[in-house]
Design a protein around this ligand. Sequence first.
Ligand code: ADP
Ligand code: ASP
Ligand code: MG
Length: 445
Amino acid sequence: MIVLKFGGTSVQNAEMMDATLTIAAGQIQRAPVVVSSAMSKVTDQLQEIAQLVGEGKESEAERIRAAIQERHMTCAKSFLTGENLARCLADLTAVLSEMQSIMKALAMLKEWSKRSNDTVLSFGERLSTVILAHRAHERGIDADLIDSRDVIKTDDSFTAAVPLEDLTQKLVTARVRPRPGTMAILQGFIASTTGGATTTLGRGGSDYSATIIGAALRAEEVQIWTDVTGIMTSDPRIVKNARTIEKMSYREAAELAYFGAKVIHPSTIQPAVNLGIPVWVKNTFKPAEEGTRIVPSIPGIGLKAIACKKGITLVSVSSSRMLLAYGFLRRIFEIFEKYQTAVDLIATSEVSVSVTIDNAAAVESIARDLSEIGTVGVENDKGIVCLVGQDLWKDTAFLARVFSSLKGTPVRMISLGASDINLSLVVPTDKMEESVRNLHQEFFP
Ligand code: ADP
Ligand code: ASP
Ligand code: MG
């Protein structure tokens, strides 16, 4: 069996939903399990709703809800008829009125917690998959709509929930029964706790849903269908002549995703690793193009792609007492741990340590605690430029080429060698995209 995940633009309207179903139906003998995102932009709108109701701005939130309702109803009416249309509208209405009740309750309580946020955000995928399933029936496809919240179980870290592997595996295999000639349809992104509270896997998490389900079902392969042809040498929105990478390793793909390549969610690869399931990234708009195949490992050295991520904060601590002393690093990292802040890059000298974080919510408290160890500096508005490829350091000309392309850019921090597939550079945010373009020009002219 295979898993096919379709992103927001792949189900953005009736025409694209049909394109999606055509792609999945074309592989119906491989027992496809379809995992779908919300229609494009809907999750952003739901995010706005969650915030507005939390602030008690019910009527503003209601306007957005009505727009979401209108878009889904219009889409359904445009390609469904008779019984299929009637059933679809009834199902959409049920989901939409549940949403309305929840919004009312949250507005009354003025509640905007991570928990309520996840419940509100879940409606996008719940709505899109209802239409997809009814359209599949209309087209004569034998399709079964399954609620992902019944099969993917997570802990209660709302907004970034962690799957409970064993339980999920059991539930997925019991409930999703892929068979050649039939199609299962599930929502990406959403899951639930063992107590039944709705959770999400984090923004962009539908890719992760696909590999979680793929691993549970021992899929032959997982296909991520999106709006670009595979993983490219850089984000095509930043670099116009970025090109598709034919093949890359799990580690390269995971590293790229972590450092900003939005094309796949950073956790996507992890469930595929143990079973060695190949992951394809393909273009719903150009289905004939091959896309990228991500495999356990591939031979060869050299740069594959350049990613970038903004919103980075650099925190540094320096103290002459660090010289020849031990225990400093432990004390420093304990402080980040205390405030549950993940550290991305690290650079150290005898008397100083610099780290980057992408969640600066607790940076003031962190700086206050760190100031007991040494002098603390906090620099905002940084971006990370990340070059990914196997054994980059083995190419002796590599670094020289990197730095000559970055002439004129104040590179604030460098990290190479921690992993043998990544060179990361910290630059000012306003220089980040230009740096990516310059590097791309040098390595992929
Ligand atoms: P979906 O809704 O299908 O999940 P996303 O918007 O999450 O789609 O991801 C696809 C987008 O990722 C592309 O439109 C592209 O702008 C962006 N992207 C960033 N880096 C890369 C890259 N290296 N290769 C391809 N796309 C990238
Ligand atoms: N719809 C969710 C989001 O926009 C999940 C996804 O599309 O992957 O974040
Ligand atoms: Mg995505």
